[in-house]
Design a protein around this ligand. Structure first.
Ligand code: FES
Length: 87
């Protein structure tokens, strides 16, 4: 598990192993656009300001993934203990 921090509010939300980032955010009332929920469509693309995502999507190119400045919260997770998101 890991935490995400919302840059606009400094809120920190815990992401348990059994929930996606988008599910955990929705449970806290933070809705982001979601469509496929499987890392294919790119609808949920979110900027990452700090931390290292664990990319599990098939939408971003390898080059984009290596930059670690965006991720897909419907399916991807974190390698670092904290991800700071541009939300
Ligand atoms: Fe389609 Fe996240 S909702 S990639």
């Amino acid at each position: 598990s890991f935490d995400v921090k919302l840059a606009s509010s400094n809120r920190v939300i815990h992401i348990p192993a059994e929930k996606s980032v988008s599910e955990a955010l929705a449970a806290e009332g933070i809705e982001i656009p979601i469509s496929c929920e499987s890392g294919v469509c790119g609808t949920c693309l979110t900027r990452v300001l700090d931390g290292i995502p664990e990319h599990r999507d098939v939408y971003l190119t390898d080059e984009e993934k290596a930059k670690n400045d965006q991720f897909l919260p419907c399916c991807s997770r974190a390698e670092s203990a904290l991800l700071v998101l541009d939300l």
